[in-house]
Design a protein around this ligand. Structure first.
Ligand SMILES: NC(=O)c1ccc[n+]([C@@H]2O[C@H](COP(=O)([O-])OP(=O)(O)OC[C@H]3O[C@@H](n4cnc5c(N)ncnc54)[C@H](OP(=O)(O)O)[C@@H]3O)[C@@H](O)[C@H]2O)c1
Length: 240
């Protein structure tokens, strides 16, 4: 028998749209109380209202995950409203796809700050809660660009390879607390990020959808606590 998720508490970063929103609403459908983090209040307020309509608790807090003080305040607010987390989804991220020499150094740095320092700050703030509960899940959304480099993805790949390194190391560190730490490495998912980065051509429906990824996350969270997924690569069947 796997785990029942009802009544658990999850914090999801980048929950205002795309993959984060799909994971947050899928968790709510399983009876999970969800804390939402992003920078745009209007978007996460709307997601919070949708989730409350499903009969579970939702809380939201505004933060840029790359700013440590904001992350710490945000985690304190969500914890105050929902209690300690059982599940953390580090999803917030940005995509910058350009040749290395054409990328402004500040933009290159920003990619690392949001995609790598962000999950580090959030994990650092939330992890003691999971340790206190002697169990839980952390899922970090990396990318196939976190497993293989590609032309124009130096900044993005550096951040997403780094995230996989952090994931694997932390997984070893916290196994003794029954905490599972997983990296997901999806190929193109039909979201605003992919569209703005010109990764989508033609019919959007043929690409992996945020709901597909959310379905995978839920089934993974339900696995018996005696096993965990280290890194999962999710590929669209027919992305071209
Ligand atoms: N789409 C793909 O093809 C694909 C493939 C592989 C991996 N991924 C990864 O999946 C994750 C989600 O991507 P997505 O495609 O769903 O992107 P998206 O549609 O652009 O959504 C990103 C979410 O993250 C939030 N966010 C961005 N920067 C933030 C920051 N500094 N602090 C807090 N929140 C921030 C955004 O809200 P605000 O702007 O309001 O803050 C938004 O809610 C990312 O880590 C991405 O790298 C995406």
């Amino acid at each position: 028998m796997g785990q029942v998720l009802t009544g658990k508490v999850a914090f999801v970063t980048g929950a205002g749209r795309g993959i984060g929103r799909a994971i947050a609403t899928a968790l709510a459908r399983e009876g999970v109380n969800v804390g939402l983090i992003a920078r745009t209040e209007e978007a996460i307020r709307e997601v919070a209202n949708e989730i409350r309509g499903m009969g579970v608790n939702a809380a939201y807090a505004i933060a840029d995950v790359s700013v440590r003080e904001q992350v710490e305040q945000t985690v304190a607010k969500l914890t105050n409203e929902l209690g300690n987390a059982d599940i953390l989804i580090n999803n917030a991220g940005i995509g910058k796809f350009q040749a290395l020499v054409d990328t402004d150094p500040d933009e290159w740095k920003r990619t690392i700050e949001v995609n790598l320092m962000g999950p580090y700050y959030v994990t650092r703030a939330v992890l003691p809660q999971l340790i206190k509960k002697n169990g839980g899940d952390i899922i970090n959304i990396s990318s196939t660009n976190g497993l293989n480099g590609a032309a124009t993805s130096s900044a993005y790949s550096a951040s997403k390879f780094g995230l996989i390194g952090m994931t694997e190391s932390l997984a070893q560190e916290v196994r003794r607390h029954n905490i599972r730490v997983t990296a997901l490495a999806p190929s193109t998912v039909a979201t605003e990020l992919a569209e703005k980065s010109n990764l989508i051509t033609g019919n959007k429906e043929k690409y992996m959808q945020p709901a597909d990824l959310a379905e995978f996350v839920i089934s993974q969270l339900k696995l018996h606590p005696r096993i965990y997924v280290k890194t999962a690569t999710l590929l669209g069947t027919n992305p071209f």
